[in-house]
Design a protein. Structure first.
Length: 439
């Protein structure tokens, strides 16, 4: 598999999250950080980009700023050492020394001021051509300065340095051949010119190659850092979306279970004196609802324990709708239900969304519709999965405290699957909830 292996998810939820199946996946791709059934892991974008949490990070060997400065000093000093003997070699030794110093000393600053150093070296070389007609040791500074301007400056100064070097090769050829009383034949001029031009061109090519490579490496580093930041951001967004999903699940479970328990408890309290058997049956319904809600709560809390098997039943779907209808009827509502066949093929995510819409709608009926409401429930499949829940109660007239998450959560669930959601009062009274989910 490509770069992107990570460890199993840790015990806490942010900035990563586990998948909706409650099992932490052990792999995370940098281009797939959305919350899904495969899950997320707690691996930062930098870890993903490096190829793994524990993968070693190779670093190319490179001098730091202090090492670069030391190298420049040692190079310039080494080139200057032979100059110390010039005053004792010839009558023109002082001239040789001055010219060589003018060419070699600027190399101490070749990295920080490459263009200026090249200009000084070029002027000193031109002065040598006017004063002497023989090659001089100090002229080794010219290819070094050419390399430096090509390596540490931009392309334009490097091109100018190459042009100056080619022109200097022609000038030096005629100057040196004349100083050595050599015949200016085509062969000798061509040989010297090609040789000197090759030295300058080689220095320029090596410097340009180094500059381009450094720019390429810097671009890779910048791109890697950007990918790491983007991966971290995607992981944060995925964790936020997963926390919002779990919050919706918690609301659905708590609101549904508690509303059933409250309604049943109130009914049992009033019926206990007249018919104890009704109270007993109601208490059984309360216990069953409480156990079911507790199971759901444990499953959701198990999702927060990354890497642990929860052991609880799968997410509810269309096959669990009859249980919701039975619970609503037990709560005193008259429910006319049209439900799909158990063999209907619907994606798990869409089925869960339909289940939660029905669950939340029936919970709102129990809380807001008043006593003995009539409810019409329809869940049909085709090109779309259509869910409709209507009641004739007084829920539309109930004041909205703006603190619930029910309608907002249903709308978010439906929108995630590209569906349409409607909720509002019915003509003639009551409330209607409708959702259409594409299949």
């Amino acid at each position: 598999m490509g770069p992107g292996r990570a460890r199993e998810a840790p015990a806490s939820l942010g900035p990563a999250a586990v998948g909706t199946n409650g099992i932490a996946e052990s792999r995370l791709l940098p281009w797939d950080c959305s919350p899904s059934s495969q899950g997320l892991t707690r691996a930062t974008g930098a870890d993903v980009y490096r190829g793994g949490v524990d993968a070693p990070q190779p670093h190319p060997w490179r001098l730091d700023a202090r090492g670069q400065r030391l190298f420049d000093v040692l190079l310039a000093t080494a080139l200057l050492l032979p100059v110390a003997a010039f005053p004792f070699v010839d009558d023109d030794g002082v001239t040789w020394t001055v010219l060589s110093l003018a060419q070699l000393v600027p190399l101490y600053w070749r990295r920080d001021h490459p263009t200026t150093v090249f200009a000084v070296v070029a002027l000193a070389s031109a002065a040598q051509a006017l004063v002497l007609d023989l090659p001089l040791w100090g002229q080794v500074a010219f290819p070094v300065a050419t390399y430096s301007v090509a390596r540490f400056a931009s392309a334009v100064p490097a091109a100018v340095a190459l042009g100056v070097g080619v022109c200097g090769a022609f000038v030096a050829t005629f100057d040196w051949l004349g100083g050595m009383d050599a015949p200016l034949s085509t062969a000798s001029v061509g040989t010297y010119t090609v040789f000197l031009t090759a030295i300058v061109a080689t220095a320029w090519a090596l410097g340009t190659l180094g500059r381009v490579r450094r720019a390429y490496v810097d671009g890779l580093v910048e791109r890697g850092e950007r990918i790491a930041r983007e991966a971290d951001q995607r992981a944060e967004l995925a964790a936020s979306a997963e926390r919002a999903r779990i919050a919706r699940e918690m609301h659905d479970v708590v609101a549904h279970g508690l509303s059933v328990i409250v309604v049943q408890a109130d009914g049992a309290r009033y019926a206990a004196a007249a018919d104890p058997e009704v109270a007993t049956a109601t208490l059984e319904t309360i216990a069953a609802t409480g156990r079911e809600s507790l199971t759901e709560m444990r499953r959701l809390l198990g999702l927060l324990r990354a890497g642990e098997e929860t052991g609880w039943r799968p997410q509810p779907g269309l096959a669990d709708l009859p249980a919701l209808v039975d619970g609503a009827r037990a709560g005193g509502a008259e429910v006319d239900a049209v439900l799909p066949e158990e063999t209907a093929s619907v994606p798990d995510g869409v089925a869960l969304t339909a289940y939660r819409v029905v669950q939340e709608s029936l919970s709102n009926v129990r809380k807001h519709a008043g006593p003995s409401p009539h409810v019409r429930l329809s869940v049909t499949t085709g090109a779309e999965l259509v869910v409709e829940v209507e009641d004739d109660g007084r829920g539309a007239a109930t004041a909205d405290d703006r603190q619930g998450n029910g309608l907002v959560g249903m709308r978010e669930r439906v929108t995630v699957h590209g569906g349409r959601f409607e909720a509002g009062p019915r003509p003639g009274g009551g409330f209607r909830v409708a959702a259409r989910l594409p299949l």
